[in-house]
Design a binder for this molecule. Structure first.
Ligand code: URA
Length: 491
């Protein structure tokens, strides 16, 4: 399609990552997709077309995805296509075609035999974000099947799989048959991406990581959704983070990505909602691996520790949506009430322990959670000023957690299950100088200094109470997301 044949609207969006600032354009091109012919396709033609601002058809996009999955297209050509796509932007049609082609690049999990609606939750990553350990058993306890495929820590964000692997014996690598058997038995299963699911994403994501082409809304949308849709979900709840710990910092970027993901997943037949949620401080009071599981199990046991209330509330809200999309509640609000009942009567705790046991995990360690915690080194950090906790640079705090040994610098490195940071005060809390503010657990004593220094730089105290930030901001259902994109197109 020539650019003259399409009506084009560019929405400029940008993002900040640490001290780096970058921006990119999200181009929505309205109009019809080009008609595909049966002529043979050549990668060089596809690269040149994208480079020159053309819009690719579904057949061309499928050619790229299949070539990435079976390695028939060399990495240099895929990298050139990725960079052309990053610079030119992907249209809505291209984004949808890429998502479906990547979804279809491997085997699919078909949970139809489970006899229940299947719903998953995806979070765009954060610090102390451990809602998966609450929402999966909460939704399962309310009769929803939860096939959850999760990731590992990389960069400043933590990883669900690394946290689960703090439990001796827990297997995150199951076959699809084992995955289904655990869901059938326990209602939920949390595993890592298998080699068979969405292999085009595996190849393209690794290349994007090496070629500076990660931060593109169309590519992010296709990457996240291809894996989720390959799991054959009926419903999907997206938790898109905002604030100092979020991947995208500007609100309009976050909103654009949320709307793009909701409309794309809906077009693929998965009922989807996106909630914009606060990451202007770590979620809950623990950030690490084992200590995050402890915080969740305390909540599942009905305890209400100080500074875990935001985690409890967000988990109930997300679970409420999952239960609603799972057909077990008329609304997300009713779903919340059902989830809270499952928390209070211990049904969610039982579902979580059953899942851990079914995946080989030693549940006896939860009988003495403090006794199991054996960090190599511990440092208590006292408040260095009196006042209100006013600001937390959550991305920096995420790096502090990573430096304790809880995260990794390079993919494939081991992580320390016992490392991490416990916060004893949150935004808005009034502290006195000398009061315990945080406890840092590291692998070795010499690893304590750097996270402690980052922590001290990342937190600011003030004399006045800081403005409250809402835990949940905008919610995008299908209609809201379509309206948002229509408005973006008309600007
Ligand atoms: N997570 C993914 O799986 N893919 C992306 O592109 C970004 C986050």
């Amino acid at each position: 399609m020539s650019s003259a044949a399409s009506s084009e609207a560019g929405v400029s969006i940008g993002a900040e990552a640490g001290t780096m600032r970058y921006s990119y354009a999200l181009h929505f091109r309205a109009g019809t997709m080009p008609t595909d012919s049966a002529t043979p396709l050549h990668m060089i033609d596809i690269i040149r077309k994208k480079r020159d601002g053309g819009e690719l058809g579904a057949r061309e996009i499928a050619f790229v995805a299949a070539g990435a999955a079976d390695a028939s297209i060399p990495e240099a050509e895929l990298a050139a296509w990725l960079m052309a796509s990053w610079i030119r932007g992907l249209s809505l049609g291209e984004t949808r075609a890429l998502t479906m082609a990547m979804r279809d690049s491997g085997v699919k999990f078909s949970p139809a035999g489970l006899g229940r609606r299947t719903v998953d939750k995806h979070s765009s990553g954060g610090v102390g974000d451990k809602t998966s350990f609450l929402v999966a058993p909460l939704a399962a306890a309310c009769g929803v099947a939860v096939p959850m495929i999760s990731g590992r820590a990389l960069g400043h964000t933590g990883g669900t799989l690394d946290k689960l692997e703090a439990i001796p014996g827990y297997r995150t690598a199951l076959t699809l048959a084992e995955f289904e058997a655990v869901i059938r038995k326990c209602g939920a299963s949390i595993i890592g991406q298998t080699d068979e699911l969405a292999p085009a994403d595996r190849k393209l994501y690794a290349l994007r990581d090496r070629t500076g082409t990660v931060e593109n809304p169309g590519l992010i949308c296709a990457s996240i959704l291809s894996k989720k849709l390959a799991a054959g979900l009926d419903g999907l709840v997206l938790d898109v983070k905002t604030g100092s710990g979020a991947f995208l910092r500007r609100m309009e970027d976050t909103e654009s990505l949320a709307a793009l993901m909701v409309t794309t997943a809906e077009a693929a037949g998965t009922e989807t909602v996106a909630l914009l949620t606060d990451m202007s401080q770590p979620l809950g009071r623990a950030a690490g691996n084992w200590i995050e599981l402890v915080e969740c199990v305390e909540l599942l046991r009905g305890e209400r520790p100080a500074w875990s209330e935001d985690l409890r509330e967000l988990s109930l809200i997300l679970a409420g949506w999952m239960i609603h999309l799972g057909g077990k509640a008329e609304s997300a609000k009713t779903g919340y009430t059902l989830a809270e009942a499952a928390l209070d009567d211990g049904a969610a705790l039982a579902a979580f322990m059953k899942m851990i046991d079914a995946q080989g995990g030693d549940v006896s360690i939860f009988d003495n959670m403090e006794g199991f915690h054996k960090p190599g080194a511990t440092k208590v950090v006292e408040a260095w000023e009196s006042g209100f906790v006013a600001e937390m640079d959550t991305t920096a705090l995420g790096w502090a957690v990573q430096r304790t040994g809880a995260g990794r610098e390079k993919a494939g490195e081991p992580v320390d299950p016992h490392a991490g940071i416990l916060f004893h005060a949150r935004r808005g809390a009034k502290v006195e100088k000398g009061q315990t503010f945080a406890t840092v657990f590291a692998t070795r004593p010499e690893l304590l200094a750097e996270p402690v220094e980052i922590l001290r730089q990342a937190v600011r105290f003030s004399k006045t109470l800081p403005e409250r930030v809402a835990l949940v901001g905008r919610v995008f259902t299908k209609d809201d997301a379509e309206e948002y994109l229509r408005t973006a197109l008309s600007r």
